[in-house]
Write a protein that binds this ligand. Structure first.
Ligand code: APR
Length: 249
């Protein structure tokens, strides 16, 4: 896919910027082949509805089923690689104040070298006790089974996935940091998000109110496109490296 906009306007917006904040969504990981919710539902998982598995009710009702599903998702994410977009963002941050936050629960930004990534919807790789909240790092296994007993915490609770389930509030610290990064942005770049899930989709509006220039990278128009100053109808793995090259050469 090519870039359908003259990068000059992007370079002119970014050149004077002290802080560039980037919010990514599922489209950021698309070119890495990260399975979406529905891709996971193959084989013995085909009989389950992902929308019901990613809920507190499913966890209360059958923790071994939910834990096995997330083990499968962790294994599927671990089997793919960051793409050129992830790598370009991580490289850019070595010479500029680039602050990455994501709605994605994969670890591809981190594996590409980005640091201090804010996960507003949690992470597949940051588990915690469902009772005392103690953090746990899960081992990645891909047993072909739909039941795996979750680890037990010393307090007697169960170790749960560290992602935001439907009906749950976002992690307060993560969203407070994301809001601060939106307010601090001179340029706010939206990559690969449909902009329909709030409160994350409200972050570009916060940045705009604080005076930031908003840039969207997405092959398609979204609910946020009208609020953007520059829209780049291209993909993450094509547009981000091109922008970084244009801004750093
Ligand atoms: N590069 C850039 N954008 C892309 C690419 C790509 N290669 N491929 C697809 N897109 C765009 C699509 O056009 C779409 O606008 O990525 C967006 C993905 O939208 P969603 O699937 O709705 O993902 P996202 O916006 O991250 O969803 C937000 O909803 O599913 C819940 O909690 C989940 O964090 C997720 C939230």
């Amino acid at each position: 896919m090519s870039i359908s906009v003259d990068l000059r306007s992007v370079v002119d917006a970014i050149a004077p910027a002290r802080t560039v904040t980037v919010l990514t969504g599922a489209g950021m990981s698309a070119e890495s082949g990260v399975p979406t919710f529905r891709d996971v539902q193959t084989g013995l998982w085909a009989r389950y509805d992902p929308m019901t598995l990613a809920t507190p009710e499913a966890w209360d009702d059958d923790p071994a089923l939910v834990w096995a599903w997330y083990q499968r998702r962790r294994a599927m994410v671990t089997a793919v690689e960051p793409n050129d977009g992830h790598r370009a963002l991580a490289g850019w941050a070595r010479s500029a104040d680039i602050r990455v936050m994501t709605q994605n629960v994969d670890d591809l930004h981190e594996r590409a070298g980005s640091t201090e990534v804010v996960h507003v919807h949690g992470s597949l790789f940051a588990c915690r006790c469902d009772t005392c909240g103690r953090a746990y790092e899960p081992e990645v296994v891909d047993l072909d089974t739909d039941r795996i007993d979750p680890p037990e915490c010393d307090c007697g609770g169960l170790v749960r996935p560290g992602v935001v389930w439907f009906g749950e509030a976002l992690p307060q610290n993560a969203f407070a940091e994301a809001t601060a990064r939106a307010e601090a942005a001179d340029v706010f770049v939206l990559v690969g998000t449909s902009g329909v899930v709030y409160p994350a989709a409200g972050l570009p509006h916060i940045a705009r109110a604080a005076g930031a220039t908003i840039i969207e990278i997405n092959p398609h128009e979204t609910d946020l496109s009208d609020a953007c100053d520059i829209t780049i109808r291209s993909t993450a793995a094509v547009a981000i490296p091109a922008i970084v090259d244009a801004c750093t050469s």
